[in-house]
Design a protein. Sequence first.
Length: 285
Amino acid sequence: MTFPEIESKASSAANQTRYNRQLAEQAIAQAAAAAWADAADANRKLLALGPDVEAENRLAKALWELGELAAAREHYQAALALDPTNRIAERNIDRLRVLLVEAGERTVPAQAGSKAPVSIFVEETGKTGFAFLTALADPRKLAQVNPGDYVELTPEGNRLIAHSNGVRIGVVEPRVAARLLKLIADGNKYAAGVTSLGDKDVRIIIREIYQDPRNYGKVSFPTSAKLTDLRPYTRGTLIREEMELEEELEEDEEDDTIEDLDRVLPAEVTSDEAFEEEADDLEEG
C-alpha cells in the first residue's frame, strides 16, 4: 500500500469517527429536548454504521418514551448482547418484562415537557430528601413514567399525591408527607422528580423551592448525616447541562444518569428517626 493510500485511509477513518460523534451528540441533544422521534432516527443512523452499545440504549430509551415498549426491549436486548455487563440494559429489560405483560407492547407517548429540570436532582442538606411512593398506579400508567420525569405534588387531606405525565402515580410515604403537608399549609412550595423505578416501587427526590417566612428556621428534610451542603446528582458535575443529558436523566446512558445519582448519594438521606424526633414542632435540630 502506498503512502497516499495509507494517508487517504487514515483520513477516511478520522472522518467516520467525527461523523459518528456528531450523530451521537445530535441524538443526545434531541433526547434532552424530548424530540424522541428525531432521537430515535439519529440513533438508527448511528447503528447502521456498526454496533454501538450506547446507541442501542439511547434508541431503546427513545422508543420507550414514544410508547413502543416491545421495540424498546429489543434494543435493550441488543445492547446486552453487545455488553453482557451493561446494567442499564439489564435493569430496563427486567422492568419491561413486567410492563409488557401488564401494559401491552405499546402505550401512550410521554407528554411534552415531562422531564424535570436538572436543578431538582441536586442534593442540598435540609432542602432535599428522598421518598418512596405508595398506592402506586397500575402498570399501564407507570409504563409512561421514567427516571428524570417531573413530579407534581398535591395535598389531598392527610396525603401528598404524586402526579407525572398527567397521571396520578402514587402517594408520598407518610413519614415524609406528614412533615411536608404542615410546611405546605404554611406556604412552602416543593418540586420533585423520579430518580428510580423498579417492578413494584418508585422513588422520587423532593426539593424545597420556596420557603415561606412563617417557616423560617424549619428544615424540610432534617437529617443527622453530615453531608456536604451541595452535592450533584449528575455524574461528576453540577450540571450535565440542563440541555445536554449525556444519557438523559436516565438518558439511559439516559437511565445511567439516574443510576449514577443512586451511586453518588446514599439511598436514605433523611432517616426515619429524624422525622420522628421533629414531627411535632418542625424545628431544626
